[in-house]
Design a protein around this ligand. Structure first.
Ligand SMILES: Cc1ncc(COP(=O)(O)O)c(C=O)c1O
Length: 285
C-alpha cells in the first residue's frame, strides 16, 4: 500500500511528499514532533499528545499553524488515508524554510508534516525475554522536556546499544541516577514500589509514562517519582515505556541480570493492564 502523507496543506503519495532544502528542520533541527498510537481508528490520548506538541512548540517560540481541534481533524484525515488497525501517527512542525541563518527571520510559515503508518509492535520474544539495555552518562541538552526533532544523541545511544547487542540506552545523571532511555521512560520496582525519575528538564513527560503511573495507582501500586539507581537494595525489576512499546520489561542492563533475569510480576501486570486499556479503545471504535 502506498502511504499518503500530509505536507503543508496537501495530501501526497509519500515519495512525492517533500519539503524545501532550506527548511530549518533540515538545516538546524529547528522543530518539534509527536508520535501518537491509534488502535482500530481510536487515537490513544490524542489530547495529551497535542497539548505536549503545543507546549514543545511554544518552548521554542514556534506558533502552530492551526488550532489543536483543526490539527486533530487533519490527523484523523491522514489516518483515513492510511487506516492501519494498529497505526502510528507522526506529526512534525518546524519553524519553516528561509535562507540559512541561525537567527530565524520573523514571520516564517511553519512547515508541518503528518504521516500514518503501521505501528510496529515489540516481538513476542522480546516481551517474553525482556529487553537488554546499557547505560551511558547523559550527553544530551538541558531541555529534554521538549520533544525536539534534534535526536542525534538518541541516534548515538541507540547505535551504541546495538553495537553492544542491546536494545536501548538509559541515560545516567552525574550521580548515576537513571533518567530515561533514548526513546523511552524507565522505571524500577523497588521494595514493591514503582519508582521513576520525576518530571524535570532531564526527562520527557512521556504520555505512556503518565498512563503507567495512573494504571499503577488505580490498581493500588505505590508510585514514587524520585531519582533512583540500579545499585539500590530491594530493586527487583526494571521496565521502560513508550507509545511504541507500551510497557516492556528490562531484564539485563550492562550485561548484568536485573532481578531474576526474567520479566517481573510488576512489569507483566502493568503491561497487561495497559494492553487492556488499548483493547477497550478497539472495542469502542
Ligand atoms: C526521550 C524520550 N523519552 C520518553 C519517550 C516516551 O514518550 P511517549 O510515552 O509519549 O511515547 C520518548 C518517545 O519518543 C522519548 O523520545
Amino acid at each position: 500500500m502506498t502511504l499518503t502523507a500530509w505536507v503543508n496543506g496537501r495530501f501526497l503519495p509519500l515519495d512525492e511528499a517533500t519539503v524545501h532544502i532550506e527548511d530549518r528542520g533540515f538545516q538546524f533541527a529547528d522543530g518539534v514532533y509527536e508520535v501518537i498510537a491509534c488502535f482500530g481508528g481510536t487515537f490513544l490520548d490524542m489530547d495529551a499528545h497535542l497539548k505536549r506538541l503545543q507546549r514543545s512548540a511554544e518552548s521554542i517560540n514556534i506558533d502552530l499553524p492551526m488550532t489543536l481541534p483543526e490539527l486533530a481533524t487533519l490527523i484523523e484525515q491522514t489516518y483515513n488515508h492510511n487506516p492501519f488497525d494498529d497505526a502510528m501517527i507522526y506529526v512534525q512542525v518546524t519553524r519553516g524554510a528561509a535562507p540559512r541563518s541561525h537567527l530565524p527571520n520573523a514571520g516564517l510559515t511553519p512547515t508541518m508534516v503528518i504521516t500514518s503508518r503501521h505501528l510496529p509492535m515489540p516481538s513476542a520474544e522480546k516481551i517474553s525475554d525482556g529487553i537488554n539495555a546499557i547505560t551511558l552518562e547523559d550527553m544530551r541538552w538541558k531541555r529534554c522536556d521538549i520533544k525536539s526533532i534534534a535526536l542525534l544523541t538518541s541516534v548515538i545511544g541507540k547505535q551504541e546499544a546495538a553495537y553492544r547487542g542491546a536494545d536501548e540506552t538509559f541515560w545516567l545523571d552525574a550521580d548515576g541516577h537513571l533518567l530515561e532511555g533514548c526513546a523511552t521512560n524507565c522505571f524500577a520496582a523497588i521494595n514493591g514500589v514503582l519508582v521513576t525519575h520525576p518530571l524535570d528538564h532531564q526527562v520527557l513527560g512521556g504520555i505512556t509514562r503518565r498512563m503507567v503511573l495512573s494504571v499503577a495507582r488505580t490498581h493500588g501500586i505505590t508510585v514514587q517519582e524520585r531519582p533512583w539507581m540500579l545499585s539500590e537494595a530491594e530493586l527487583t525489576e526494571c521496565m521502560m515505556s513508550s507509545t511504541t512499546n507500551a510497557v516492556m520489561p528490562v531484564c539485563h542492563i550492562n550485561g548484568e541480570v536485573v532481578g531474576t533475569g526474567e520479566p517481573g510480576p510488576m512489569a507483566i501486570q502493568l503491561r497487561n493492564w495497559l494492553l487492556d486499556e488499548f483493547d477497550k479503545l478497539k472495542r469502542h471504535s
